[in-house]
Write a protein that binds this ligand. Sequence first.
Ligand SMILES: Nc1ncnc2c1ncn2[C@@H]1O[C@H](COP(=O)(O)OP(=O)(O)OP(=O)(O)O)[C@@H](O)[C@H]1O
Ligand SMILES: [Mg+2]
Length: 710
Amino acid sequence: METEDILQELLNVEVELQEVQEQINALIGRQEKLQERKSELKSVLEACGSDSGSASNNGGGVGAVEDYSGTFDWDAEAEDVRLNVFGISSYRANQREIINAIMSGRDVLVIMAAGGGKSLCYQLPAILRDGIALVVSPLLSLIQDQVMGLTALGIPAYMLTSTTSKEDEKFIYKALEKGEGELKILYVTPEKVSKSKRFVSKLEKCHHSGRLSLIAIDEAHCCSQWGHDFRPDYKNLGILKTQFPDVPTVALTATATWKVQIDLMEMLRIPKCVKFVSTVNRPNLFYMVREKPSVGKLVIDEIAEFIRGSYPNNESGIVYCFSRKECEQVAKELRDRGISADYYHADMDVKARERVHMRWSNGKLQVIVGTVAFGMGINKPDVRFVIHHSLSKSMETYYQESGRAGRDGLPSECLLFFRPGDVPRQSSMVFYENSGLQNLYDIVRYCQEKRECRRKAFFRHFAEPYQDCNGMCDNCAFSSEVKEVDVTRHAKSIVSTLHDVQQNDQKLTMLQLVDKMKRKELGSDIKKEEMEHLVIQLIVKRILKEEFQHTAYATNAYVAIGLLGKQVLQGKSVIKLDISGGQNRKARTMKSAKCTLMSSDIENKLDELRKELAFIHGGIFPHSLEKIIGKLKTQKYGERILEEIKKCSKFEQSDNDLMSENTAAKRTSEETKAWDNGVKGEGQINENRAAKRQKTKKALVLIDTSEDEE
Ligand SMILES: Nc1ncnc2c1ncn2[C@@H]1O[C@H](COP(=O)(O)OP(=O)(O)OP(=O)(O)O)[C@@H](O)[C@H]1O
Ligand SMILES: [Mg+2]
């Protein structure tokens, strides 16, 4: 055998070995998924067995054994409270079923996306059931918001925390112990349960006399070390079920992987709970990715232009940055461009952080520029945009961070700025984490995708079937020209360049590699940015790989030949790169997709009023711009709303005098549509009402608010 033949065969064997390795990896992944499913089915079976086949599991893909969507004795009372106390016109997905399960005395696990409406699921049964409901929540700020909101609705809610006055504490303990005074919902931090013997003993007395109505554990993923916000005190909450086994316990969280779910059911001792898993889909969020300019100032120009153009009325937003220093810099540069922005990160003292958070929550600051530290505890429902100055470290974190937009259900935008140069910055931070690089490359794939629906990536990640995006992402909304270019020879050249470099015991960073390629003649027919994209794509496809080296100050990322590199060298793979064509994707936003609300004068005025009332009365008002606001809110705010409408109607009338009848009619119908979209938030357009409004313009919203009397 000639040496050349031997070498050739050796190469072939190596390639085949790599292919086998790929298949093994895929099979290991499948094995892990099947194991998870196996233990899921086993625990469901156990629950069924020990529960004599009664209600067991609902939602989580296992199928409902007991139906909580039927009719129940408390239906009429529940409807009344939903509408006339909470001012909510209809339930969202799973809310009614969850309420019914709690009312039936079951333990319940709720997994529902951010802003999905988890609070109503325990607050409504708390009102319907006799006695006091205990709610455990991890942060003081979250508790304060909730108590303020409930108080404004006339619901007797209190909190027992370090900030509670002696007087309130006395009142709460009396209510628990003796049933005196009006108390329906009591919020505490987990520390109260695990550290205050006095509190637990009062709670026992409350339970003993049959007055503990339910226990809700909010942000329940904090129980699990596998979750993203582990709180040691959450681990002790299991004692609540041990002490009060007959009291329905409801655990609520926005995201929980299977591991976290198992963990928290175990910790909270609710193995037989009914589980409701809602979709991860956030239909009101418009997802988009933009090419990030390589010059820092240009990125800020674009961000500022985006905010000014789409949100000129001080609508709230968040900008996420990679580092603390970057936060400070970006906030300053946004301010230089006339945008009211401030930064928030873990290096600041608690007081300073609270101040910034407060100013932003009250609408005095438009934009908060934060690191990932700006996370749980953001209870602001009307965040209209979340911008990522750099990519997140995984699809999961991106889902959570971008998910802080639009918790009130109104259209909101999630914009991510991506450039290949940001990948090594992230990878050198996450490479030591379990699956850190894998997770990062998933989101890189999301960023580089120029055709596929962005939602598809989320559904894939959370193992959910695909749902229609309704044009709510850049790739679905715009059929932009994307050219598929064959870059096989460029890829080959990159791999062989790296081969030479490695032979000489040298290393290249991604940028050095791109520079080297650009200096070669071959690189000249694709631009530098495209070459960067190609290198990243080759890394994601494992043709190249990243290697890391620690210095005294940092960890550097270098590019090396990956598992499938040789296949490219042998000409066995065809590599394609998607390149955006002529049209400018940059200027495209939800607005240009015509998905956003049309701002009419009246809508702006009403929104200002909403903000003012929300500020005074504690953030209770966002959903009240919906079709029906319920008796309580009509009584409280109806007058002010009507006043505002009358003013606008007068203004419009005089305006209309100057317009031809036709134009006036057209404008009115557009405003009507805007109002319909705005007030209903979730796209349920009532055509009859719209028609009515078109006829009698002055009575525009009178019709809406007077529904109760109709
Ligand atoms: N059925 C409904 N119709 C309209 N609005 C609703 C409905 N249910 C809840 N909301 C509103 O949706 C917003 C978000 O609700 P909530 O705070 O309960 O969300 P959440 O699921 O707890 O989110 P997070 O995980 O971020 O805490 C609130 O403004 C709430 O009033
Ligand atoms: Mg919540």
